[in-house]
Design a protein around this ligand. Structure first.
Ligand code: MN
Length: 731
């Protein structure tokens, strides 16, 4: 019972630790333990604990606690090294080299668990955090080390100077670690953690309770010894070999019961608990018979977990009798094996398997973990609990979840298969909308990367970023998808409204008028819209023609308007100055939202372009020399002026296509791509369209800033001896 052993006055020595391990595991790797001991001492060096002890006393004590659970060598070594990654310059790679990959992975697991920050605002996350820890721990030994780590920190918590910090740690222990120990079936750690937390969170309540207990003991004498003696005598009289252990319940569990039932200590029936440990199962029932024959049982308190074990594997017989001295006596009857399972829980598997390195043990180990998962569900859902079913369904879902956290340690729960982009949206819609990249565990990865349990995700943002339709394919969660759609729609509407206003401005300007809000307010209802903005949006996306609005407002003036013929528009212009004020502006950001480029035409800033506002299609932009424009010659009212308006400071890039004919020669393609890279352009697609013995044709899609950029690259390519010709094809 290492956990209830008194706190040692001095640090566990190296040989003492090794002795403890070899006493239960003769095949323990002493060399490895010795090396880890020396390593942690040298790595933590002069670091100090709050009480002035050298820091390395902590990992050594944690290893000491774990020897009480007879854990295997890798777990002991992990305990010794568990703070080296976090607190010293040691790395996972270094540990893998010195102590093997198994230990390195275990230490890495403990380090990750330690990164979770718990604050009171996150208290509703307590349940999620516990699930996270279970889900994280593919290897249960990680949790064992983490629990022992917390236990030692709690035993030394009074040395931490700041009261708020003590309270925070105690609360976290009560909310997360004690229930976790309970779920793992490790009753001894659970109780000690609870009581240590109790001391720091409710010192007055605890002191008052201890005082009352003291008074109670003083008046009633050594009740435990008396009852133990009487029980032993009763069973001996029946010829049953057994041991009886009596104990006072922990102050915390008494306090919780008193709070829950709103009763005083005097009214509390189960201050004491007795355990009868027998040799085999049939003796359990003989003890029960002897107990019930001699004393009256208290109705409703009898439980037979032997014939029907709890689903976590717990087996015992429970009963309460009006026992010796007319006191209610709670008795648990079990064999030695059952007892160890109840006290040590999952750790008991080591006790009986003599370390997991034995043949077949890994299977047992997997069994233990299955059991743990079930246990989680079972303990959550009390039988006959009406809410149990719901809760249970919720829990079954959590195997389909992935638990990740922000750099600040906030836990984000996502469905498994969720990507980094889902994560960004889960943190906040604003963060999702402005996400440009991400780092997972410190490394840059694509936004589509699927997250794994325990990943730390850092989102890189830019205020200039907006979601695009392609993002929808990168996400798994409905929340992210809905947010992306909403953002795109809003963006598009804002842009379309702006375009609509510009189109109205152009139409009105042709007759020397201005489409002010006052003017438009008179007519929006006649187009069956509710606001001026809605009308502008309808004009922008082509549902309403700007000239129709003009006709409604100024019918007579509108008659006189003659639209410029398409053939005139195509004529080269002296300058674009006339357009400065009245044209729809074409910026990089608007592309793909409100304004589209005609497919395969690749217009670039610096080139003359024209917009076609075909009803129901929004504005489609063509280069003025595009052959496809011919189809709109009969519709002069579709033609609108557009002009480029790109940010010179931070120019966006536009797609551009080159058709290159190249000499079929080794290294020719390399020369081409080198030139393009030299001009700081990115190739987005490259296709071999034709290949002969001597020449081949390539279609290269690249990103350029404007016509000049494209022309520079074209000229440079034409200068290459391997290049026969370069063209910009377009529809
Ligand atoms: Mn630690």
């Amino acid at each position: 019972m290492a956990t209830s052993a008194p706190k040692p006055d001095r640090m566990l020595r190296q040989y003492e630790l090794v002795d403890r391990v070899t006493s239960y595991d003769t095949s323990a790797d002493e060399g490895l333990i010795n090396r880890a001991y020396v390593y942690t001492v040298s790595k933590h060096g002069k670091q100090k604990r709050h009480n002035g002890d050298p820091y390395f006393s902590h990992p050594i004590e944690v290893a000491g606690i774990l020897t009480g659970f007879r854990v295997d060598t890798p777990t002991i070594v992990t305990a010794l090294l568990h703070d080296t990654i976090e607190d010293t310059d040691a790395t996972v790679e270094e540990l893998a080299e010195s102590f093997g990959p198994e230990v390195a992975e275990l230490v890495d697991g403990v380090t990750k668990l330690g990164k979770i920050e718990f604050t009171s605002e996150h208290s509703k996350q307590a349940e999620n955090l516990r699930k996270f820890m279970l889900a994280m721990s593919k290897d249960i030994r990680v949790l064992m080390v983490k629990l022992a780590d917390r236990l030692h920190n709690m035993r030394t918590l009074h040395f931490v100077p700041k009261p708020e910090k003590r309270r925070r740690i105690a609360q976290e222990t009560l909310d997360i670690y004690a229930p976790l120990a309970g779920r793992m079936g490790i009753q001894s750690i659970k109780e000690e953690l609870e009581d240590l937390s109790f001391q720091h969170l409710y010192p007055e309540a605890r002191a008052a309770l201890l005082e009352k207990l003291e008074a109670f003991r003083a008046t009633s004498g050594d009740v435990i010894a008396e009852i133990t003696e009487e029980l032993e005598a009763a069973f001996a009289a029946e010829g049953i070999a057994c041991k009886v252990y009596g104990r006072e319940k922990r102050p915390y569990s008494m306090w919780v019961k008193m709070q829950r039932r709103k009763i005083t200590l005097e009214q509390l029936s189960d201050i004491f608990g007795f355990r009868v440990i027998v040799e085999d199962v049939s003796d359990c029932y003989r003890v029960l018979g002897a107990l019930h024959t001699r004393w009256a049982m208290v109705p409703g308190r009898f439980k037979d977990y032997l014939s029907t074990p709890k689903q976590n594997g717990y087996r015992s017989i429970h009963s309460t009798v009006i026992g010796p001295a007319r006191k209610r006596v709670e008795v648990q009857i079990r064999t030695e094996t059952m007892h160890e399972l109840a006290e040590y829980g999952i750790a008991a598997h080591w006790i009986y398997k003599e370390g997991i390195r034995n043949a077949g043990a890994s299977e047992e180990f997997a069994d233990a973990f299955r059991w743990l998962k079930q246990l989680d569900e079972i303990l959550e859902t009390g039988k006959d609990d009406p809410e149990g079913f719901l809760e249970n369904t919720k829990l079954q879902m959590y195997v389909d979840q992935v638990f990740c956290f922000t750099p600040k340690g906030m836990l984000i729960t996502l469905p498994s298969g969720a990507t980094a982009l889902d994560f960004a949206y889960a943190v906040h819609t604003r963060i999702g909308d402005t996400c440009v990249g991400c780092k997972v565990n410190g490394r840059h990865v694509p936004l589509r990367t699927e997250l794994k349990n325990g990943d730390e995700v850092e989102i890189v943002r830019s205020e200039a970023q907006r979601p695009t339709a392609a993002w929808e394919t990168l996400v798994k969660t409905g929340k992210a998808r809905a947010a992306i759609r909403r953002s795109i729609r809003q963006e598009r509407e804002v842009e379309m409204t702006r375009v609509g206003r510009q189109l109205l401005h152009d139409a009105f300007a042709a007759v020397g008028k201005e489409p002010t809000d006052t003017v438009l307010e008179r007519v929006f209802a006649r187009f069956e819209y509710n606001t001026v903005d809605e009308l502008c949006l309808a004009v922008g996306d082509g549902r309403v023609n700007a000239n129709d609005v003009l006709r409604k407002v100024h019918p007579k003036l509108a008659e006189a308007v003659t639209l410029e013929e398409p053939s005139e528009r195509r004529r080269p212009r002296e300058s674009e100055e006339g357009l400065e004020k009245s044209a729809v502006r074409l910026s990089g950001a608007s592309r793909g939202q409100a304004i589209q480029f005609a497919p395969a035409t690749f217009p670039l800033p610096g080139e003359r372009v024209v917009g076609i506002a075909e009803p129901g299609k929004g504005v489609v932009v063509y280069p003025i020399d595009s052959l496809s424009l011919g189809q709109y010659d009969e519709h002069p009212d579709y033609w609108i002026d557009v002009r480029w308006d790109v940010n010179e400071e931070d120019p966006p890039v536009f797609p551009c296509r080159f058709r290159v004919t190249l000499v079929n020669e080794v290294g020719a393609l390399h020369l081409v791509t080198d030139v393009i890279a030299d001009y700081d352009s990115n190739i987005s697609n490259l296709e071999l369209t034709r290949r002969d013995l001597d020449f081949y044709d390539l279609e290269i899609d690249l990103q350029v800033r404007d016509l000049r950029h494209a022309t520079d690259i074209k000229i440079a390519l034409e200068g290459l001896h391997v290049v026969n010709s370069v063209e910009r094809p377009r529809a």
